[in-house]
Design a protein around this ligand. Structure first.
Ligand code: 1CP
Length: 374
């Protein structure tokens, strides 16, 4: 009886600790953070975009029968899904399980996850008048507090093994989903806005930027040790449209997040910008206030280094589909990649996320090869 009471008290005490964004266990592996800051490292750090994903049988099991956004709203499920890849692989960072579309949701838009099709907005934005339907202001601690709770719980449970990355979608990428109503090959509806309704487009991008800044600061307050901004749909913009509708907001985000963290007396965390297929913007991105620039696989490492100089750390960029090749080939591709990037100011990763049909053993071969050749 007494034993039971003692155990109950201990449990309550430890679960209380895990709900507070303080008293986190000491970090044991800071290789990823050191590389992000351009400091000397013992080895090249490695993580994979979408490492918490459907290619893992344990992920499919945990997610089974659950609505996707219900999973996103459960700190316990997010924590479990985030930790799963760490149990299998010697990764140097974890990324919190969530989704970029939680922001349009917080702005009042309905989203359903259709199996086989992905996220769908039943009522996408059709004309500038529809902007009035969005919530004029988002209180991130109220509307996205469940993400912060997931981060805090996960940072405790990770037990200092590796740093935890928080993330967001960038304004343009979120705008494409809000207008297209889901994935799209051309993004022509969203791009039509840029040409026909530039003022309304800027209004929407600014509104998203304001939410994103608070959201990222909230993630750091909750325990995130680095932040990645996903501009996944940069590729459908040309250089001029990127300069007009993406870059100014990416810059605003890094500047304001850093400023706010400073004002609130919080430690600055490294920020990563991943603008997929935006080769033409690499030089500008290296001046945009992010410590790390993520690369997709369509750019040569040497060219990326030339365009970004020594201003930033580079992250990437193996073609995810190389994981369909033999383990021997994966090793060779990784060795070539490390030789080409060099081992300083570099974080090994894929050029985009893992796909559901990828073999976890080949993911393991990728990670092992980075360790072997670094
Ligand atoms: O049921 C499921 O598990 C659905 C698959 C899935 C997963 C695993 C979706 C739906 N989202 C996620 C998690 C997720 N999404 C993470 C988790 C952390 C990790 O990386 O391990 C992250 C970082 C994201 C970010 C995300 N969501 C992006 C940016 C990254 C990228 O891939 O470019 C984008 C574009 C999305 C939208 C989204 N969410 C899900 C799908 C299938 C899509 C793409 C839809 C489309 O454009 O067609």
């Amino acid at each position: 009886m007494v034993q039971g009471l003692v155990t109950d008290t201990l449990l309550t005490h430890s679960s209380m600790e895990q709900s507070l964004p303080e008293g986190f266990p000491a970090l044991q592996n800071d290789t990823f953070l050191r590389a992000a800051r351009g400091e000397e490292c013992r080895h090249v750090p490695v993580w994979c975009m979408r490492q918490a994903g459907r290619y893992l049988p344990e992920f499919r099991e945990t997610r089974a029968g659950q609505d996707f956004f219900a999973s996103c709203r459960s700190p316990e499920i997010c924590c479990e899904l985030t930790l799963q890849p760490l149990r299998r692989f010697p990764l140097d960072a974890a990324i919190i399980f969530s989704d970029i579309l939680v922001i349009p949701q917080a702005l009042g838009m309905e989203i359903v996850m259709e199996p086989g099709r992905g996220p769908v907005f039943p009522n996408p934005l059709q004309s500038p008048e529809d902007l009035q339907k969005l919530k004029p202001a988002v209180d991130v601690s109220q509307d996205l507090g469940y993400v912060f709770q997931a981060i805090t719980l996960t940072r405790h449970k990770i037990a200092g093994k590796v740093p935890l990355i928080g993330f967001t979608g960038a304004p343009w990428t979120l705008m494409t989903y809000m207008i297209e109503g889901g994935g799209s090959a051309t993004m022509s509806k969203a791009k039509r806005w840029l040409y026909q309704h530039p003022a309304a487009s800027h209004q929407l991008l600014q509104q998203l930027t304001d939410v994103i800044v608070d959201y990222l600061v909230g993630q750091v307050a909750a325990g995130a040790q680095a932040l990645q901004v996903f501009e996944s749909h940069a590729g459908c913009l040309g250089p001029q449209q990127f300069a007009d509708f993406s870059l100014p907001y990416l810059r605003d985000i890094s500047r304001r997040v850093k400023e706010k963290l400073k004002t609130e007396g919080r430690e600055e965390v490294p920020m990563i910008v991943f603008a997929k297929d935006a080769h033409y913007a690499l030089e500008d991105l290296s001046h945009s206030g992010y410590e790390v620039v993520g690369l997709d696989w369509t750019i040569r490492p040497q060219e990326a280094r030339e365009k970004t100089g020594r201003r930033v750390t580079l992250q990437g960029n193996m073609d995810p589909c190389a994981l369909y090749s033999s383990k021997e080939n994966i090793e060779q591709v990784v060795k070539n990649m490390l030789d080409a990037f060099g081992r300083k100011a570099y974080i090994a990763n894929l050029g985009h996320g893992l796909y559901p049909d990828m073999d976890p053993e080949h993911v393991g071969a990728f990670i092992a090869a980075v360790h072997k050749y670094s």
